[in-house]
Design a protein around this ligand. Structure first.
Ligand code: FMN
Length: 671
């Protein structure tokens, strides 16, 4: 039963000529599938509509061959051939009573147009912002501007023919030709499209009017506009031109979808941004326009959503990541099932997918992106082949908990045991490290679910031996016993242990996670390349150590480029006073110092250090698994498999995916 406090979230909203059934709005977000994976795209969007969202948008959809983000496979509406495949997404979304939206886009100087090998366009010639392709975007001339307007109109008509209800003009993330016109850094023109504000906003106004003219009779025309550029000093701020754009075009679009630029600030990870973090930038918009406003902010709490609406900040609650993590979030709020909400943890495993051009994934929701390929549904699971079968899961971390939950939902008798005194495996300690507390939701959600299920037994403080497991007489054993950080320095750059790693002043993440901290001048050495070394560095700096972060990579924590965190990681390390040394390997460790080597030149250097923390890799804790394999071969247990970090240490998103896979495949034909 719905809590009446949330009734307001289920009110319909009129957007131009169309009306939503509620205020839950899936904003455009790329899923990296592309036109050649249409079945996957259909299944992904359909699942969000099924989960109760009033609007489901598809991502940046390119209007012309002069614009793409190859190798990222954007959808496109370049020509009439694209209408039919895209219309299949629309039909699937509408089947569940949602409105379908499409974000028509031209990337301008931010897209190298590499797929079609065209020349990208820019208000003023320049290299693409975000790609290293050796091609300069050329200055768009008057004929190009006329063509550009025609491409937008034609793409809008195609979108209408495909059945979309909401058609966007895209002007955000510093990834749009229209935004490049607004920005004085990228627009140096001296004609009527450059110079004073009225000139710079001209093309956006013309495009919106063209699209309205073309499709506005039956489709709502939205603009996605980033009111503030948070990456760099810019004229686009919520006080200056960001505000003036909204004032100048106030009632031109039917809907304002407002956010901030660049992407690492818009999809800011939970390590650096709270729920609702965009409010101070976008809160003026509703005061300026009479049209409905949608905004974002990793909203998972219905109270926060209601507050946004009641305080007059937003009319519609936009969500990308919360809809990835829980496609059924609206239905669960509607049914009063708040404990069943799989809250986004803000880890940005999803953005890493776009950045690396592989299909979408999610730590909290392993079915994201697997709806078609694996046939996984976020809520529904196939029933047990035999509900009397009992399965033992050894290890209560992300992989084990997910496997146990999936199997229990399917109806099997599930026992899960962990050697520790708290559920969560690696997350027991990691969630206590700086900035990682939100990741604990991975544990809280699953433990909360398992504790309500009658077919589940949960055992903490249970260090099981192979004999214990055999004595359990389970029909199947899943080993999810995790991994341990290694302390010998073997990593991406070291195939052999680092000399001196065994000295007493050399630490590894296990020590830091256990609260055993060094003091004085500490070198944190990173060959892991994701979050752990920088988190350790921050932990030690906050404990009073003078920290130097050294890595063999050319950037600090390079994988965090993909989670959109690198810029924030670097800024925070600078703020805390952590020295950053890149492209440098530790050759050996002695008491009081380390010998380092510059990777490119081989130049060696002695650095003073009271202590060293080696963050170079993890080793699977798979002894139990191997003992159980022997028992299986001896006929003492029926079957055994290993999952998660026990199989191969990696991201938590991989662990939950492994858990889901094990849970889904037991008793069924392997897919
Ligand atoms: N915004 C767009 O305007 N177009 C996109 O194609 C797009 N792709 C995204 C892909 C992913 C995986 C994510 C997480 C975000 C993307 N965004 C895109 C930004 C989101 O629409 C949204 O503004 C941002 O994630 C903040 O909302 P959230 O906190 O609800 O995730």
């Amino acid at each position: 039963m719905r809590d009446p406090r949330y009734d307001i979230l289920f009110e319909p909203v009129q957007i131009g000529p169309v009306k939503t059934k509620n205020r839950f709005y899936v904003v455009p977000h790329a899923i990296s599938m592309g036109m050649s994976s249409m079945d996957e795209m259909v299944a992904y969007r359909k699942t969000r509509a099924e989960g109760g969202w009033g609007v489901v948008c598809i991502e940046e959809t390119m209007i012309h061959e002069t614009s793409d983000h190859a190798p990222l496979p954007d959808p496109c509406l370049y020509n009439d051939k694209h209408i039919e495949p895209i219309s299949r997404i629309v039909a699937a979304v509408k089947e569940h009573g949602a409105l379908a939206g499409v974000e028509l886009a031209h990337a301008g100087a931010s897209g190298p147009a590499a797929y079609y090998r065209e020349h990208p366009l820019s208000p003023t010639a320049k290299f693409p912002h975000y790609f290293y392709n050796p091609i300069s975007a050329r200055t768009i001339d008057k004929q190009d501007i006329a063509d550009f307007r025609r491409w937008y109109r034609d793409a809008a008509v195609r979108a209408k023919t495909a059945g979309f209800d909401i058609i966007y003009v895209y002007c955000a993330h510093n990834l749009s030709l229209l935004q490049d016109f607004l920005d004085t850094k990228t627009n140096k023109r001296t004609d009527e499209y450059g110079g004073v504000f009225e000139n710079r906003v001209r093309l956006l106004r013309e495009t919106l009017c063209d699209v309205k003219d073309a499709v506005g009779d039956s489709c709502a025309v939205a603009v996605r506009f980033a009111v503030e550029d948070r990456r760099r000093v810019s004229n686009i701020t919520a006080q200056e031109d960001g505000r003036r754009v909204v004032e100048a075009l106030a009632d031109v679009p039917d809907l304002w979808d407002v956010n901030v630029s660049d992407w690492p600030w818009d999809s800011g990870s939970s390590r650096f941004f709270e729920e609702g973090q965009q409010e101070p930038f976008i809160d003026f918009v509703k005061k300026v326009t009479n049209k409905p406003v949608v905004g974002v902010g990793r909203f998972t709490s219905p109270d926060a959503m209601v507050s946004q609406i009641k305080r007059g900040i937003l009319d519609l609650i936009g969500a990308a990541r919360p809809s990835i993590a829980d496609p059924f979030l609206p239905n669960k709020i509607n049914e009063g099932r708040h404990d069943d909400i799989r809250e986004c943890i803000g880890c940005n495993a999803c953005t890493a997918e776009v950045m690396t051009s592989v299909r979408i994934r999610c730590t909290q929701n392993p079915s994201a992106g697997e709806e078609h390929l694996m046939g996984w549904h976020p809520e529904n699971v196939p029933p047990a082949d035999d509900p009397d079968k009992n399965i033992l899961v050894v290890g209560g971390g992300p992989a084990g908990l997910e496997a146990a939950h999936t199997l229990a939902k399917r109806g099997y008798q599930v026992s899960i045991a962990d050697a520790g005194s708290e559920w969560g495996g690696r997350l027991v300690r990691e969630r206590k490290m700086p900035r990682l507390s939100t990741w604990g939701r991975v544990v809280d959600y699953r433990v909360g679910q398992l504790q309500t299920m009658v077919n589940v037994n949960m055992y903490l403080d249970s260090m099981l031996t192979a004999e214990d497991v055999a004595g359990f007489e389970a029909d199947h054993v899943i080993v999810a016993s995790g991994a341990t950080w290694r302390g010998d320095g073997v990593g991406r750059n070291h195939d052999e242990p680092i000399p001196g790693h065994e000295l007493p002043h050399v630490f590894n993440p296990e020590n830091i996670l256990d609260g055993k901290l060094p003091s004085g001048d500490v070198i944190v050495y990173d060959e892991d390349y994701f979050y752990m070394a920088t988190v350790v560095a921050e932990r030690l700096a906050r404990a009073g150590c003078k920290v130097t972060y050294v890595t063999t990579a050319s950037d600090p924590a390079p994988w965090t480029l993909n989670t959109l965190e690198m810029v924030h990681v670097i800024n925070s390390m600078n703020e805390i006073g952590i020295e950053i040394v890149v492209g440098t390997s530790i050759v050996s460790i002695s008491e009081g110092h380390v010998k380092t080597s510059r990777l490119l030149t081989g130049a060696e250097h002695i650095r003073a250090a009271d202590a060293v923390v080696l963050v170079t890799g993890q080793i699977s804790d798979d002894n139990l698994y191997h003992e159980l394999v022997k028992k299986r071969d001896a006929g003492e247990i029926v079957s055994v498999e290993r999952i998660g970090d026990c199989l191969g240490p990696g991201q938590i998103a991989q662990a939950t995916r492994d858990g889901r896979k094990a849970g889904m495949q037991f008793g069924r034909q392997a897919k």
